[in-house]
Design a protein around this ligand. Structure first.
Ligand code: PLP
Length: 488
């Protein structure tokens, strides 16, 4: 005989308790939002050493105090992305509404492998991918899938490229690969393209790095040289990947140049627009992605500069039917015919089986604000990038140096208050300065390295950041640099 429902399960599913807890947690989130926006906590990234943080949780997790208390502590100890002084990584400062959408979709938990798991989000995904694709300049007939992250989207796009342009007698998906494929990509591209190529079994040699100019853009000569080198080593180039924009410095490849090159040689043209593709929604910045509309596929993260919580990526195909290229697999318990291009069973086109209700998150933004908000956000964030660059340049006399004029909201710069004699000494100084700032600074800034030089790096993701925040951050670095210089 079936036992009565265990009291723990009764508690877990009790609607009244859910309502009470919900009020408490929502109230804490509102307090957090107010505190973050008013910059009232000491650090936007509350720094603790990883071992120290781990030790904290080793003890704390042994003393449960209830969900609301745990949430309060997680909020307090986590990075304050909603704090306008957070200028570090490229993750969205989500429109706070996203938390409400997340609450609903987490409760409904309709997976997306097949239509019957999530009819509403599956249908919305199909509509949104073609509509947004058209807004981005792709022709009628475009479409695609949503997935968990740009890394995955780039891998799936390259699987499509291999299938479409493999040039092999055998079908790589069915029979395996000969390991001799290759992809051409900027030497400044995100590491996930390299990773995807290696996952596909083409190894390090399958990544044809293309030389870039002083603005970190692939050059025509670089493409030709890399292509010739691949051919000389017996490799079959299947795709050119354009970066829009690069991760380290926010540079946009000349996508028309890359598209021309790909078309001339019959290659797949993929745009990694994880970060910068939303520039297309801004009349002011659209030019940066001119040529993107000629791509066979585009990866764009809704969870970067589109205000949607992570992870939520669109993988757009110029031709919706190409989204069936990456995978052809029978899964008897889900669908009966592997070859049938039924749009509604998304598992046929996505790496993931179950996935979250991603389309609902995007639909919620469009429902409340329309696509204009993406253009407005791009204008503000790219504008903040330009403002920071101007401020750095205006302080050149104090030892500030700008790596390059930013094209997006990513700015790289460094501060050397005095001559240090060697690049190594300069790099060591920047690393020490950044570490000191990480430990005590109110703002959060990261670091990167290109051209052998270590740079401080800001990604301005929060539209509430203002010129005063940027100046305060630069002042803080100047104070710390003076202290470090005195220590020798
Ligand atoms: C250009 C570019 N491509 C891909 C990625 C990876 O995206 P995700 O973090 O969504 O996997 C990033 C992340 O920073 C990126 O900047």
């Amino acid at each position: 005989m079936l036992e009565p429902l265990h009291p723990l399960l009764r508690k877990a599913y009790d609607p009244d308790r859910f309502a009470l807890l919900g009020k408490e947690v929502l109230n804490d989130l509102v307090i957090h939002l107010n505190e973050a926006q008013s910059r009232s906590v000491p650090q936007s990234m509350p720094w603790t050493h990883p071992e120290e943080e781990k030790k904290h949780w080793e003890t704390r997790l042994d003393r449960p105090e209830g969900l609301a208390a745990l949430m309060r502590e997680v909020i307090r100890r986590s990075n304050g992305l909603q704090d306008p002084r957070y200028m570090g990584h490229q993750v969205a400062v989500p429109f706070p509404d996203g938390a409400l959408v997340g609450m609903v979709t987490d409760m409904l938990n309709n997976g997306g492998a097949v239509y019957e798991m999530g009819p509403t989000n599956s249908a919305m995904e199909e509509v949104l991918m073609s509509r947004i694709g058209e807004m981005m300049g792709l022709a009628e007939g475009c479409g695609g899938i949503m997935c968990h992250g740009g890394t995955l989207a780039n891998l799936v796009a390259l699987l499509a490229a291999r299938r479409a342009h493999g040039g092999q007698a055998r079908d790589a998906w069915r029979d395996g690969d000969d390991g001799m494929g290759a992809v051409l990509v900027s030497d400044q591209a995100h590491y996930c393209v390299d990773r995807a190529v290696r996952i596909m079994g083409w190894g390090k040699e399958g990544v044809g790095l293309v030389a870039t100019d002083s603005h970190h853009r692939m050059t025509r000569e670089g493409l030709e040289e890399s292509y010739a080198a691949m051919q000389a080593s017996g490799r079959r180039v299947v795709a050119v990947v354009g970066s829009a924009c690069t991760t380290s410095s926010g540079a946009f490849d000349d996508l028309n140049l890359a598209a021309d090159f790909a078309r001339e040689r019959g290659l797949w043209f993929h745009v990694d627009g994880a970060h910068g593709a939303p520039a297309v929604f801004s009349a002011r910045h659209r030019q940066a992605v001119a040529g993107m509309e000629r791509a066979d596929s585009i990866a764009m993260d809704f969870h970067k500069i589109m205000g949607v919580p992570a992870l939520c990526t669109g993988l757009f195909y110029a031709r919706q039917e190409d989204s069936f290229l990456p995978f052809t697999q029978a899964a008897e318990y889900l669908w009966s015919d592997a070859e049938d291009p039924e749009w509604w069973n998304f598992g046929k086109r996505t790496f993931e089986c179950t996935k979250r209700m991603l389309s609902t998150r995007v639909a919620a933004v469009l429902e409340e604000y329309g696509p204009e908000i993406w253009g407005v956000l791009v204008d503000r964030l790219f504008g903040l990038g330009a403002e920071l660059a101007d401020l750095v340049e205006s302080r050149r006399a104090n030892g500030w140096e700008l790596a390059m004029r930013p094209e997006a909201n990513i700015v790289c710069f460094r501060l050397l208050p005095e001559a240090l004699g060697s690049l190594k000494a300069e790099n060591d100084f920047t690393l020490r300065l950044r570490q000191k700032h990480l430990e005590v600074g109110a703002h959060y800034v990261v670091q990167t390295r290109f051209g052998g030089v270590v740079w401080l790096r800001c990604t301005l993701m929060n539209p509430l950041t203002g010129a005063a925040d940027l100046n305060a951050m630069l002042d803080a670095f100047e104070g710390l640099a003076a202290g470090l210089a005195n220590q020798g």
